[in-house]
Design a binder for this molecule. Structure first.
Ligand code: SAM
Length: 386
């Protein structure tokens, strides 16, 4: 074991065998240093959300209850208790994890603000309600979304690391886990995010809870989302209006949303007439709230975090993206046209100069969003290339 520090929290974690293919899973208790950025953003996003909760004057800080349902070393929950100051329950069904969580509570002197439990996550979440439920499991959160939806009162935070099923690379696994058909296109990362958000919206709806995505990001090989819970049938029905399908033309690159869960979908591409492909059901609404992004950025400034600059960059890109589903990739279009790529900012400016809206995205350096039709995008790219 060795002691590491993230934020202002000290945590004892096992040292994995040096020859392991994925060291975090080879250790007796899981700890992945690569997820520090995810946890740093979690501290800032949870701090921002708790400020909103407290401003409603219904709760005191210490009355806000957070659960880290898959806690391993306890690091996520300990950081929330210590760095945000709310009550955190750290749960893991592994006996080794429970012992380590208890030891880490002592190291940080957080006995009064924390609870360590050893239950199956679904059992705990079906039994107990929490203001904030955080799911950070191995791979997919799908088997836990029902219990989390039953438990959560104010915010659901969820990580999914099963990007291959979510993004359409493992099509059948994606359909099994999320009851949605993904498409493995150049915007597969956004596809994964919208499949996950769609699954969350439908699970919450069973419990008459609507949702407002406050922040979501796809970073490296995971998807992470922070969803405010909007209780009641009216809000739930309104939430489901953001569900729908996405049409994609593999020939010309046309893409477009179709809102609703029982809808007619054109089989022919409206631009080139080729057969379209369909993905869904998906979340088609905004995947972040701009004001919340600003609040998270303010929190990133005041908390001592090792990944602050990276985190700020991601959240700023998220904030500034247009709310138009399914980004384009400049390189994919250039390849099709045999055109050479300019800097992405030059393309954005050219789209704007032609009277369209355009923005970059946080998904990749070559991606952009625009309300320009695909034919116009291609003309602009061709003209820039010349
Ligand atoms: N959240 C942790 C972090 O940020 O370091 C990492 C959690 S790790 C990916 C997943 C943990 O979930 C493991 O420690 C495992 O023992 C635990 N686990 C797996 N299935 C579980 C279940 N059904 N109920 C409770 N714990 C479970």
């Amino acid at each position: 074991y060795k002691t590491i520090v993230e934020g202002t929290t000290k945590v004892s974690v096992p040292v994995p065998p040096p020859d392991a293919t994925f060291p975090p899973s080879a250790a007796p208790v899981f700890y992945n240093p690569e997820m520090e950025l995810n946890r740093d953003i979690n501290v800032a996003a949870t701090a921002a959300f708790v400020k909103r909760l407290l401003s409603r004057k219904e709760l005191l800080r210490e009355e806000v209850h957070y659960v880290d349902a898959f806690s391993a070393s306890g690091i996520r929950g300990l950081r929330i208790a210590g760095e945000v100051g709310i009550h955190a329950t750290m749960n893991d069904w592994s006996p080794e994890a429970l012992e380590l969580i208890k030891e880490n509570i002592k190291i940080n002197e957080l006995e009064e603000k924390t609870l360590a439990t050893r239950k199956s996550a679904n059992v705990l979440l079906h039994k107990q309600k929490y203001h904030i439920v955080d799911l950070d499991p191995f791979g997919t959160p799908a088997p836990f979304l029902d219990a989390a939806s039953a438990s959560v009162r104010s915010m659901l935070s969820v990580t999914a690391t099963d990007t291959a099923p979510l993004c359409g690379a493992h099509l059948k696994a994606g359909i099994r886990k999320y009851a949605a058909v993904p498409l493995n296109t150049e915007y597969h990362s956004e596809m994964g995010l919208r499949v996950l958000l769609g699954a969350c919206a439908r699970e919450l709806a069973k419990h008459e809870k609507g949702m407002l995505p406050l922040l979501s990001h796809v970073t490296r090989h995971y998807v992470r989302a922070y969803l405010e819970i909007l209780p009641g049938t009216k809000q739930t029905d309104r939430t489901l209006k953001s569900m729908g399908f996405s049409i994609h033309c593999p020939k010309c690159g046309f893409r477009g949303p179709v809102y609703g869960l029982a809808v007619h979908i054109e089989k022919e591409c409206p631009v080139c007439g080729a057969s379209t492909q369909i993905a869904g059901p998906l979340w088609l609404g905004p995947f972040r709230e701009q004001a919340f992004c600003d609040e998270v950025i303010s929190e990133l400034e005041v908390h001592p975090l090792n990944t602050r600059d990276k985190a700020k960059k991601i959240i700023t890109f998220c904030r500034d993206e247009l709310d138009i589903p399914m980004f384009y990739d400049q390189h994919v279009i250039c390849k099709e046209l045999g055109a050479s790529a300019t800097g992405i900012e030059i393309l954005i400016e050219a789209l704007k100069a032609n009277g369209f809206e355009a923005s970059r995205t946080h998904f990749s350096g070559t991606s952009f969003r625009t309300d320009a039709p695909i034919t116009e995008i291609k003309e602009i790219i061709r003209a820039l290339s010349e």
